[in-house]
Write a protein that binds this ligand. Sequence first.
Ligand code: SAH
Length: 223
Amino acid sequence: MNEVKEHDSLEQMIRQQVIERGIADPAVLDAMRSVPRERFFSGDQRDSAFADKASPIGHGQTISQPYMVALMTQRLDLARGHRVLEIGTGSGYQTAILARLSGEVYTVERVKPLLDEAWERLMDLGIRNVHFRHGDGMLGWPDQAPFDRILITAGAPRVPEKLLRDQLRDGGVAVVPVGPDDGQMLLRIVRRGRKLEPRDVVPCRFVKLIGQGAWDDPSADDR
Ligand code: SAH
């Protein structure tokens, strides 16, 4: 694909998959327009860059469907000054969108090669307000807490209450898919003091969140 074609495909993706499904926040749409999604796909997967689905990125993981990225981003209600914790960097696509809309992004990924590739892509795109860490995101990033926003981009078996109470600022918002392996509910959770107030957003299906207080590590050979 050449650049003009990719621009057209990106516009079409945003119109058909995002705007027509009700995402209207102009800042979210602008952020999606400014991030070349095809750059987050390796050669053999590039044809699916604008497809209406999650796609494989290696190591048994996936880049989220464009609509899901847009929806999660919109429900986070980001502001320019926000400090955001993202758990599950994956390809780095969602990370790039968050970086466009907030102040500083702290992103954690447990699969090192994915983290390294994401770092390279964001460097190439000139995105400099992202901090990368390899490890279990369920431990958060204590020395940078509290965060205004927390986004988890893998499916948690239950609400990660400890992480949210310890590292989400009072009044802050978290977006987290919660539920069994074969299908979760995307939750938008507001922290009010010790209370966590969850609201359902949409049924969804993400890869497993693996770590402390989440799913068990099935093996050690996927790192
Ligand atoms: N937003 C990413 C989604 C990647 S899929 C994208 O669109 O590309 C979810 C990612 O979460 C996977 O890369 C997986 O390795 C990672 N992950 C799962 N459990 C994790 C944990 N406890 N800490 C950090 N990353 C985790």
